[in-house]
Design a protein around this ligand. Structure first.
Ligand SMILES: [Fe+2]
Ligand SMILES: [Fe+2]
Length: 317
């Protein structure tokens, strides 16, 4: 971490963008100081009626996952080699990354609020629960494992926001499509950064990096929305139904999970890494065979078409 930390300035320059230069939520929302604010809001509300409850459910879940950012930042700041010291290069990276991510929940929340399609109070209760419940990413304090996680998750969120963009465009919601597309762009940039960190670690410490990657994939990458719940419900009781909805509208599927794994195997050139210990060789074998094994299981799964009654979609009283 110390060796890589020396490159932080270069990484920041290559992969992060300053507040004045990057997009801000207001660029994609009706301007509250503008004369046409009310008409623009009215237009959003009209267009929003046409998209399905499944679509809004997934958009809300994605937004809440973004809003739970304090959980992820707190987690990252406790990794080995990272400390809350203004000069620690990794802490600087994490703070800047967090500040970029913060815009995602911000823009989605405002848009969803204006749409008039969901019960905001219920949504807000879920967000508060999710942050209060915390989350075990499954990486302990190991930065190697952690960077596998972030590389994976950034790509998963890219896929998910990008698919939302496609559905929004199909449903005639151009502004929402544009917004989701630009969020997906941020996720891809972040993915590229974390993927580069791992690639660098593979050069410095190939066997340990390989084993960390295997460990993460063996336990499966847990979704940050794992503990989703509705008001008065137990921790995590909403997650399965939520991911069923995400699968059946094609926003994030089991197939996407496998494709991400394949991409990581290729990006890190797992097949051709040399000089590994015996255990790391075994880990490599496991990783190379895993996508096929998962495909056999995933192809047999049937996604239910249950008519869920999520409180997020209840009319406000
Ligand atoms: Fe994000
Ligand atoms: Fe992200």
């Amino acid at each position: 971490m110390l060796t890589l930390g020396n490159k932080i300035e270069k990484f920041t320059e290559d992969y992060l963008i300053k507040p004045e230069e990057i997009w801000q939520p207001t660029d994609f929302l009706p301007n509250p100081q503008g004369e046409t604010f009310m008409e623009e809001v009215q237009e959003i509300r009209e267009l929003s009626k046409d998209l399905s409850d499944d679509f809004w459910t997934v958009l809300v879940g994605d937004m809440i996952t973004e809003e739970a950012l304090p959980t992820y930042e707190a987690w990252l700041l406790q990794l080995d080699g990272i400390e809350q010291n203004p000069d620690n290069p990794w802490a600087k990276w994490i703070r800047q990354w967090t500040s970029e991510e913060n815009r995602h929940g911000d823009v989605l929340n405002k848009y969803i609020y204006l749409s008039g399609r969901v019960n905001m109070r219920e949504v807000e209760i879920t967000t508060q629960h999710l942050i209060a419940d915390g989350f075990d990413i499954g990486t302990s304090y190991d930065p190697y494992k952690n960077f596998v996680y972030t590389t994976f998750q950034e790509l998963a969120t890219y896929v998910s926001h990008n698919n939302v963009a496609k559905l929004a465009r199909k449903g005639g919601m151009k502004a929402l499509a544009k917004m989701s597309k630009i969020i997906a762009g941020d996720e891809m940039r972040h993915h590229n950064a974390y993927s580069t960190f791992v690639k660098n670690i593979f050069e410095l410490d190939p066997s340990e990096m390989m084993i960390a990657f295997r460990d993460m994939m063996r336990h499966k990458i847990v979704m940050p929305a794992l503990h989703l719940r509705e008001s008065f419900a137990d921790k995590g009781t909403m997650f399965e139904d939520f991911s069923t909805v995400a699968q059946r509208i094609g926003v994030y599927t089991g197939e996407d999970y496998i494709n991400i794994l394949k991409k990581l195997n290729t990006a890190w050139d797992i097949e051709n890494i040399r000089g590994l210990t015996e255990e790391a060789e075994k880990a490599r074998d496991y990783l190379l065979k895993l996508p096929e094994r998962m495909e056999r299981i995933t192809s047999r799964l049937v996604v239910p078409d249950t008519d869920f009654k999520f409180k997020w979609m209840n009319p406000a009283i």
